[in-house]
Design a binder for this molecule. Structure first.
Ligand SMILES: [Zn+2]
Length: 541
């Protein structure tokens, strides 16, 4: 009989495996879990090469898996001016001025994170103040949700945007009372100015990505599902993986918009088998069917409460979208569809209903990303069609200042759901949508279980949508693995990959907000310690 490489002993093991009860030790070898049980039971796995680690009562969980994030965007957020939490247009511009002082005078300035809903006037910024501070160089500042960009006059004139410029299909040029574009471009309109802000090349981006992944791993994550792999991030993540420098798994979903000019047969191939060593894999394709609530781009069934002229934007009609889904699914890609408004969610379910009529496609486990407003009758359709709800409880906390005014009291009852999905028998996967929200699983946990932030303030949708601690833990581990189509991950079970997060406390046994944040003592990916609870840190064997 073979022996274990590691035995993690004297621990509180939360296996999420119904076959396992009262375990305090895990035996690991060949990248996998060999056995889970009592220290006594596992003694038979100890051989001459086995290292037995006494964890002194620490808690071992299946590895944290963020079901929805953006690795490249997160990594590059540290190379841009960060406007998250800015309190006014003035405050945001001052941050840009301070950041610009650290750059050579001709370099284009990019930034991200403003949210006009948190500002006193709650209206979109205009180019004027920005233009007066930066008359001679391009500035582009993305909204916190990435669905709108705020630019200066230099940019508007350079691309020839003027009063006569029409709104592009699927986008909008925000205009002043005089009809002139005032400096904010929404959704597809953002592409008009993109070429003025040259992308860094691979060699420049790579160290940022490596550093960003390290930060994610430090939060205790052993996997993230990346909802927007573009050709650049594909090349870089592959390279880092080949070099053995990925400190966590990245499950990639190809951004359909970024691969638009390519036939599906030319897409990077889907990964057929999960292994212990290959950490970057491709699972599916990410589509957008609408925009976001913050910029009124989410497609609603009826008009916005604070703008009776708009219902938001649907990106594709039913037939076009159904055909797109069929194309990628027949090529073996799992579809993940961004849908935020109740109308968008409804039509995506209609499309899925049609494509799933063909046998063989259901195994691809379609997922809807965000599903922020869901008609009551559609909740059951998620369960009936086997569609995963990939949700981000942090949004209920972050959107609390404005969501009520935007969608109204009645619609709010169908918004920011979590518990309702579970009660309707829908599989949920929890994520943060980093960099829109911080990737810290502790903050996500607070939002999911307490529906609150560190300041203790109430969210948009309160207590009734709270998840039980067990449901929240499942959503952040097994649910995320299920949603990514990874049967070899998600629980601490014999035969599964040894992806583990080790905490100083058992979150299932904590009560209320008095609890201190947990500390990440260790993480293991495929049987290899990324952070060893007994000291040394390493990303490879
Ligand atoms: Zn996202």
């Amino acid at each position: 009989m073979r022996f274990a490489r590691w035995i993690l002993n004297q621990a509180d093991v939360v296996s999420l495996d119904p076959q396992v009860s009262d375990a305090n030790a895990v035996a690991i070898g060949d990248g996998k879990v060999l056995a889970v049980g009592s220290s006594e039971d596992l003694r038979v796995w100890i051989g001459p090469e086995t290292e037995v680690l006494d964890l002194g009562g620490a808690t071992i969980l299946p590895g944290f898996h963020d079901a929805h994030g953006h690795v490249l965007g997160y990594a590059l957020s540290f190379a841009q001016v960060n406007l998250v939490g800015s309190g006014s247009e003035q405050d945001a511009v001052e941050r840009v001025v301070r950041f610009a002082a650290t750059l050579p005078a001709t370099v284009p300035i990019v930034g991200r994170g403003w949210d006009q809903n948190l500002w006193p006037e709650r209206s979109f910024p205009t180019h004027h103040l920005l233009s007066s501070c930066f008359p001679h160089r391009p500035v582009a500042l993305k909204r916190v949700d990435g669905h709108a960009v705020w630019v200066n006059d230099w940019v508007l004139s350079r691309v020839g945007i003027s009063r006569g410029t029409p709104d592009p299909v699927g986008g909008q040029l925000v205009r002043g009372v005089d009809g002139k574009p005032s400096g904010v471009l929404i959704d597809t309109a953002m592409s008009i100015v993109e070429h003025l802000f040259p992308q860094m090349d691979d060699a420049e981006v790579l160290p940022w990505v490596a550093a960003g992944l390290k930060r994610l791993a430090d939060y205790g994550l052993t996997a993230v599902s990346d909802m927007g792999i573009d050709p650049l991030s594909y090349r870089i993540l592959r390279l880092l993986d080949e070099r053995g420098e990925l400190p966590l798994r990245v499950v990639g979903y190809l951004d359909a918009q970024r691969f638009l000019d390519m036939p599906v047969s030319m897409y990077p191939p889907v990964t057929k088998h999960q292994s212990g060593d290959v950490r970057f894999t491709i699972a599916g394709v990410k589509f957008y069917q609408d925009g976001a609530l913050g910029s009124r781009g989410a497609a609603l069934c009826t008009c916005y409460d604070d703008d009776p002229d708009t219902k938001g934007l649907l990106f594709y009609d039913l037939d076009t979208f159904t055909q797109k889904l069929a194309n990628v699914m027949d090529a073996g890609y799992q579809p993940a569809v961004h849908a935020i408004g109740d109308h968008a969610v409804h039509v995506v379910l209609n499309s899925l209903e049609r494509v799933l009529m063909k046998p063989g496609r259901a195994g691809l486990r379609p997922r809807i990303e965000h599903a922020q407003i869901v008609l009551p009758q559609d909740l059951r359709r998620f369960a009936a069609l086997g569609v995963v709800a990939s949700i981000q409880p942090r949004h209920a906390v972050s959107d609390r200042a404005w969501a009520g005014a935007r969608i109204g009291k009645k619609r709010l009852e169908n918004a920011y759901l979590a518990r309702s999905f579970v009660d309707a028998g829908v599989s949920i996967a929890l994520g943060t949508d980093f960099p829109i929200e911080p990737p810290d699983p502790w903050l996500a946990w607070l939002a999911a279980t307490e529906r609150t932030d560190l300041d203790g303030q109430a969210p948009v949708r309160g207590g009734s949508e709270r998840l039980t601690k067990m449901d929240a833990l499942i959503g952040a581990t097994a649910g995320a693995a299920f949603a990514a189509g990874l049967p070899g991950l998600g629980s601490i079970s014999p035969g599964k990959w040894a992806d583990l997060t080790i905490l100083n406390l058992n979150p299932l046994k904590q009560h209320g907000l008095a609890a201190d944040p947990w500390k990440i003592l260790g993480t293991m990916v495929g049987g290899i310690f990324v952070k060893n609870p007994c000291g040394t840190s390493t990303s490879s064997a």
